[in-house]
Design a protein around this ligand. Structure first.
Ligand code: SF4
Length: 491
């Protein structure tokens, strides 16, 4: 039996899932990576290459024939080679009575004080128990394998992160390595697929979604109910509550509110969430949304739909917004006015300023007008950019004062018969149709990176046009959802 440090990644990334580890281990067929995953892979590889090239001369073990790599790594270590790239560390162990070969390929080993610093390159900005525990676990296993191979402890374990900072992780003499190896082994040795509840965000982008999610939908899995988190789903499973019907037949608001599920290191009652969980279960069972009551939607004749596209912190040092999209909808339809950051050193600031100019024009024409957006991303990023580049004539503050987040209003007004309140789900509920086959925030990010990378200006413009179309349709979708909600509440 072979375990590799890649298995740790299979278990944890992008969210903890024993089922994913198991499927990968048994080589269950999965959907190939999409454009976003490919871009992440490319960026990760580049990050690693840039770093190793900054360290001077090194020996690249990946260039050696695969079956000779462990021996070559040992020799290089014995010879105190200053920098080893992609060395292969192998250890044979008996864990819980099973013979296991453990394989680890740390990105970089740097000779220091008669031993080695073991360093892995990651795009992530954080490496701690809460955020990216897999980075810590992988490094601990490398440290353990290094000690088994050389009889020496590593000088340090380090992660070279996406923002070029280096985080040191204290080596704990193999204790954490044994814990994670046991956990991996316990999962892969199971006779059948382990239980791990599906989750809307958790399963997005997973290559096994076609297996897990589709089966869960067919079975009316209780984990699909909005408000049932991973821990609660596991508690339900322990009690034999597997389907939405089981939940509705076995719990009422009082009994569900008293049920405890793991919460951090303690237990917490479901409490007030019980009411909405049961309403969601009812809506899903009856395939019918439930109207909760009226909410105060802005009743202006015209409204600005507002949506931005940006990079998460782990992909871009700046947490950049590369597209600020706005368009007035209502009685006096305005043009779609996107502000795209030019691909230039000061492009980020230029994009922001161009957006504020577009907003100024709208205020000039329409006076104070609500800016409708979905979820809090737009507000958070506006505050970030005010801090980063300042405001221009108070326009950004005026936009902030006029922001209306449609998501909490929708949640307050309506219990959806759906597992998520994401805009992509809502627009379908509102019967909105897109023209593009491929779209989504991740798709747009991958496309934008492709546009930045290409030297061909025609190709670049074509890609930008596709992203603009996507953003324009996001605005149209937000408008469609707004109108749908208005109609539902009879406003
Ligand atoms: S689809 Fe979801 S439950 Fe299935 S393996 Fe992937 S993350 Fe786990």
């Amino acid at each position: 039996m072979k375990l590799t440090t890649q298995n740790i990644y299979d278990l944890y990334s992008l969210s903890l899932c024993e089922r994913r580890l198991f499927y990968r281990f048994i080589r269950e067929e999965e959907t190939p990576p999409g454009p976003f995953e490919e871009v992440i892979f490319m960026l990760g590889h580049r990050h690693e290459k840039n770093h190793i090239n900054s360290l001077g001369e090194y020996v690249d073990v990946s260039k050696v024939l695969r079956d000779q790599q462990p021996e070559k790594t040992k020799q290089l270590i014995q010879n105190n080679t200053p920098v080893i790239y992609q060395g292969v560390l192998v250890g044979n162990e008996t864990i819980n009575g099973s013979q296991v070969q453990i394989i680890g390929i740390p990105d970089i080993m740097i000779y220091e004080n008669s031993s080695y610093i073991i360093r892995d390159c990651k795009l992530a900005r954080h490496a701690d128990e809460k955020r990216h525990p897999e980075i810590l676990a992988q490094l601990q296993v490398y440290g353990y394998l290094f000690e088994r191979n050389t009889g020496k402890k590593p000088v340090k374990l380090e992660a070279f992160l996406g923002d070029s900072s280096i985080v040191e992780i204290p080596y704990d003499d193999g204790d954490s390595a044994m814990i994670i190896l046991n956990k991996l082994l316990d999962t892969v040795l199971l006779a059948g697929v382990p239980y791990s509840p599906v989750g809307w965000s958790k399963c997005q982008g997973c290559g096994f979604r076609g297996i897990c999610w589709d089966v869960s939908v067919r079975h009316n899995d209780v984990a699909l109910v909005y408000g049932v988190d991973q821990n609660l789903a596991k508690v339900f499973k322990g009690e034999g509550i597997l389907t939405i019907e089981h939940l509705l037949n076995n719990y009422d608001e009082t009994s569900l509110s008293e049920l405890k599920r793991p919460w951090g290191k303690s237990l917490r009652k479901v409490g007030k969430s019980a009411q909405k969980i049961l309403l969601h279960a009812k809506a899903m069972k009856e395939k019918k949304n439930i109207l909760l009551g009226k909410v105060d939607l802005p009743d202006n004749p015209n409204l600005v739909m507002f949506d931005v596209e940006g990079f998460p912190p782990y992909l871009d040092e700046l947490e950049k917004i590369y597209l600020w999209g706005i368009q007035v909808y209502g009685e006096k339809l305005g043009p779609f006015t996107p502000a795209v950051s030019p691909i230039a050193p000061d492009g980020d600031q230029k994009g922001w300023e161009s957006f504020l100019l577009n907003c100024q024009r709208i205020f000039d024409e329409y006076g104070d007008i609500p800016f409708i957006h979905w979820h809090n991303y737009e507000e958070t990023k506006m505050k970030l950019y005010i801090e980063r580049y300042g405001d221009i004539n108070g326009v950004a503050q005026r936009v902030l004062d006029n922001l209306v987040d449609l998501l909490p209003l929708t949640k307050k007004a309506m219990i959806l018969a759906e597992p998520s309140y994401s805009l992509k789900v809502m627009e379908q509920v509102a019967n909105f149709k897109r023209t593009q086959d491929e779209y989504g925030g991740k798709w747009a990010m991958a496309k934008y990176i492709e546009a930045v990378e290409t030297e061909d200006t025609n190709v670049r413009q074509e890609i930008i046009d596709q992203i603009l179309k996507y953003n324009e349709e996001d605005l149209a979708a937000t408008w469609a959802v707004f109108q749908w909600l208005k109609e539902q509440i009879g406003q």
